[in-house]
Each structure stands twice: as structure tokens, then as C-alpha cells.
Design a protein around this ligand. Structure first.
Ligand code: GLU
Length: 452
């Protein structure tokens, strides 16, 4: 592996366990992981599970399983639901600094305000009416049974950062609506959890989708208000589908789980997603180490990359064609193909699009195969010329040379006729490799048109 390209990066992947991982957030996880590994740093998995109405333990478990299947290991694990004390301490600090203030508007009132601003062509920023409330106003509202939600007071100041993908980004605090950090029921929302965790866990780089860019402007002020230097940021472009539409419409069919069930190899997913939106060509890679060695934020562009399932399929086949036996031995055994040894694997793999295809092709060896008899006379001459066993790699060449000499049939008419009889199909793995495995007895039967 090449030497670390930067200081060791500490980063995190912070999914909300509200669904299965899909190609969009898998890409974020992969880019985080690659950045950490390429720098000799650390990669943490953090579940943003404060949104307990939608989050579920099943999705949390599925996220961990899916990351393991991809080979993305983590050096630390946390869930936000275990860290509410920390978020409360941060709230106290922000209140003491005058940056967190109570608001009593109902959702309906806020919606009316928003609509009226939009109708006047103004940005829908919260008007900070709650800041004008007196102690007496608040006491009355509380006595009437109103519970406050709490907003972070954005400072009227420029916010800038050098994004590792987007370059220099500029915002001004005055253009960002004061975000709600704490709900009426006292629960801390994503923003405070995310910023507090990033500080506590020593995160030096946040990688996430560009839908979070405006959040980042706010998170930078929030981190500073909590006395911390904000981390570096990399906002990756969102992925579009093959037609250029947003991916979200088809997320279900592009969950990692469904790709895996369709027989897609983890390295096909990572080979594609590591290079999507970068200047590197997409090529089959057999190990994550290779992707780590090739990783560099300088290769990422802001253009919206397209994810084409057909490209993933092609990559899957190319990866299987190069897959070493040691990497598939156990999986072959699990498919009932314990008899496929290293040399048999070399015969089968050029024909695989998915590993499961090996089951079908191995049945061509073990039978039963229903032969297709295209030229009975030719097959009968071929059967007579079958040499005695033992057979090896040279058998096919010697035998077909003898058949050609006896019958005068050569080239495609000869080979296709033999293939149709021996395998029942017009294409497949090389007969040179298949024949010794089919063996003399089954070959003789199939050349005579018998199912064997
Ligand atoms: N839970 C957030 C998400 O899934 C995390 C964003 C972040 O990385 O801070 O979008």
C-alpha cells in the first residue's frame, strides 16, 4: 500500500436506521472508509437513531450486516440514543451562551408564517418572534400548558470552508433559518447530536451527501458555539440513475440487500461506487486494498454521476472471471459444488455472470444432460474414436484431431456438433476443460444420444 497521503483522518459513517442501505449511502460509507484507510486513520460507525419513531433495531442490524458483507470494518461504534446526556450538557452550554432560545409557535402557526413569506417572495426564515417574548409571556404560555421547542440562534457572519469535493463554499449565517435543536418533548434533534458526537469523537473529516451542505453551514456555527473547531468536510454529489433522474425514486430496488440477493459480488459494488463521480475509469478490483491505494479526493468532481445497474452487472462478470479459487471455495461448497476444485473453477469462471451460474454449468459435467443430436453419423464416428481414460487437458485436442481425420468434418460444424451432444447447449465453458471432467462413460452415452 502507498504511504498515507494526509494526516490520519478520523471519520464516521452516520446512517439513520430508518431503512436499508442503498447505493447512495453505501457510496458515502465507502468514501468515508477509503479516506480513513488511505490516510492510516480511523473509521467509526455511528447510528443516528434519535428519531425513534422511524428507526428500528432491525434496520440497525441490517446496516451492520451489509457493511460487513462489503468488507468495510469499523474501529469504533456508537449510537446516538446512548448519548442523550451529552446532548443535554450541550444544550445547557448553548443556553448559557444565549444561543439556544425557547419558542412556542405551533406547527400550524409556523406554516402560516412560512407561506406568507413565500407569497411575498421572501426566503422562509424563522422571524425570531420568540426572542421578543418577555419572562411574563413565557410564564403565561407555560401556565397554559405550552411546552417550548428550542432554536439555535445563527450568528450574522460569513461561514466558509474548503470542501474536499466542492472547493470553497460560502454562506452567511443571516440567510439560514434558526434551526430547531430540541423538540417540545425534550428530545435532541439530529443537528445537535451530530455536532456533539463529531466533537466528542474527535472527527476530523465529515463525508456526506451534498443534500447536507446547508446543514454544514449551520453545524460549523454550532461547533464554534460549543467551543470546538469544526472538522473538514467533503460533500459528495448525489447519484442519479442511468437516465439521469434522482435515485431516490428507485431506492427499493437498489438496496444493497437486493443487489446481494441478485448475486452481485461485494467487490463489484465497491469497484463501481469507489470510482463513481471520479476521474478514474471503473475497472474490476478484487480487493479493497487496491481501492484504498487509488483513493484521492482530488479525483472527485461535482458533476452528478449516473449509476447504471447494467454497468454493475458487467463488472460483476468481469470480477468473477478473475476471482481466485481461494476466494470462492467456501461459497462453492455452500452451493453444493464442493467437487469443483481449483482447475475446475478455472474452467467454469469465464462463463459466470453470477457465482450461482456455476451450479448450472457444473450440471453440464455431472449430468443429467439431454444431448442434442445434430449429425448422428458424425457422433457415432466420434464415439468410436474416444480414447481410453485417463483423460487430461490434451484429450480434447487429440480426440477432435482424430475425428477430423476420419470424417473430414472440421471447424465449427465439428465443434458445435460435439458441444450440442456433450452438453446439450450451443455455448458454454471450453470443451477442452469440460471433457475430462465429463469422463468417458457419460461422453459415450451423450454421443449416442442418451441422457446421461
Ligand atoms: N443521519 C444522517 C444521514 O443519514 C447523517 C448525516 C451526517 O453524516 O451527518 O443523512
Amino acid at each position: 500500500m502507498s504511504p498515507p497521503m494526509t494526516d490520519p483522518i478520523v471519520t464516521r459513517f452516520a446512517p439513520s436506521p430508518t431503512g436499508l442501505l442503498h447505493v447512495g449511502n453505501v457510496r458515502t460509507a465507502l468514501v468515508c472508509w477509503l479516506a480513513a484507510r488511505a490516510s492510516g486513520g480511523r473509521f467509526l460507525l455511528r447510528l443516528d437513531d434519535t428519531d425513534t419513531e422511524r428507526g428500528s433495531p432491525e434496520f440497525a442490524a441490517a446496516i451492520e450486516q451489509d457493511l460487513r458483507w462489503l468488507g468495510l470494518d469499523w474501529d469504533g461504534f456508537a449510537r446516538q440514543s446512548d448519548r442523550t446526556d451529552r446532548y443535554r450538557a450541550a444544550q445547557d452550554r448553548l443556553k448559557a451562551a444565549g444561543r439556544l432560545y425557547p419558542c412556542y409557535e405551533t406547527a400550524e402557526e409556523l406554516e402560516l408564517k412560512r407561506k406568507s413569506l413565500l407569497a411575498r417572495g421572501l426566503p422562509p426564515l424563522y422571524d425570531r418572534a420568540a426572542l421578543a417574548l418577555t419572562d411574563a409571556d413565557r410564564a403565561r404560555l407555560e401556565a397554559e400548558g405550552h411546552r417550548p421547542h428550542w432554536r439555535f440562534k445563527m450568528a450574522d457572519a460569513p461561514i466558509e470552508w474548503d470542501d474536499k469535493v466542492r472547493g470553497r463554499v460560502h454562506f452567511n449565517g443571516r440567510d439560514i433559518s434558526d434551526p430547531v435543536l430540541v423538540r417540545e418533548d425534550g428530545r435532541a434533534l439530529y443537528h445537535i447530536g451530530s455536532v456533539v458526537d463529531d466533537i466528542d469523537m474527535g472527527i476530523t473529516l465529515v463525508v456526506r451527501g451534498e443534500d447536507h451542505v446547508a446543514n454544514t453551514a449551520m453545524h460549523i456555527q454550532l461547533a464554534e458555539a460549543l467551543g470546538a473547531a469544526p472538522p473538514a468536510y467533503a460533500h459528495t454529489s448525489l447519484i442519479a440513475d442511468a437516465e439521469g433522474h434522482g435515485l431516490s425514486k428507485r431506492l427499493g430496488s437498489l438496496s444493497l440487500r437486493s443487489l446481494r440477493e441478485q448475486g452481485i459480488e461485494p467487490m463489484a459494488v465497491t469497484s463501481l461506487l469507489a470510482k463513481l463521480g471520479t476521474s478514474d475509469p471503473v475497472e474490476p478490483r478484487l480487493s479493497l486494498d487496491q481501492l484504498v491505494a487509488e483513493f484521492d479526493f482530488a479525483k472527485f468532481s461535482r458533476t452528478i454521476p449516473r449509476f447504471d445497474p447494467a454497468e454493475l452487472e458487467r463488472l460483476n462478470g468481469r470480477i468473477l472471471h478473475e476471482m481466485p479459487y481461494a476466494a470462492v471455495r467456501d461459497r462453492l461448497a455452500a452451493l453444493g459444488l464442493g467437487a469443483v476444485d481449483e482447475s475446475a473453477w478455472a474452467v467454469l469462471r469465464p462463463n459466470l455472470q453470477r457465482l450461482e451460474d456455476a451450479v448450472d454449468w457444473w450440471r453440464v459435467v455431472t449430468g443429467p444432460v439431454t444431448p442434442v443430436v445434430a449429425d448422428a453419423a458424425l457422433l457415432s464416428a466420434a464415439a468410436e474414436l474416444l480414447p481410453p481414460e485417463p483423460w487430461g487437458d490434451a484429450t480434447w485436442g487429440e480426440w477432435t484431431a482424430a475425428v477430423r481425420e476420419r470424417t473430414g468434418v472440421k471447424g465449427k460444424p465439428l465443434f458445435l456438433t460435439l458441444r450440442l451432444a456433450l452438453t446439450g447447449r450451443d455455448h458454454g465453458p471450453e470443451l477442452r476443460g469440460l471433457l475430462p471432467r465429463i469422463g468417458r462413460e457419460r461422453s459415450l452415452a451423450r454421443l449416442s444420444g442418451r441422457v446421461a
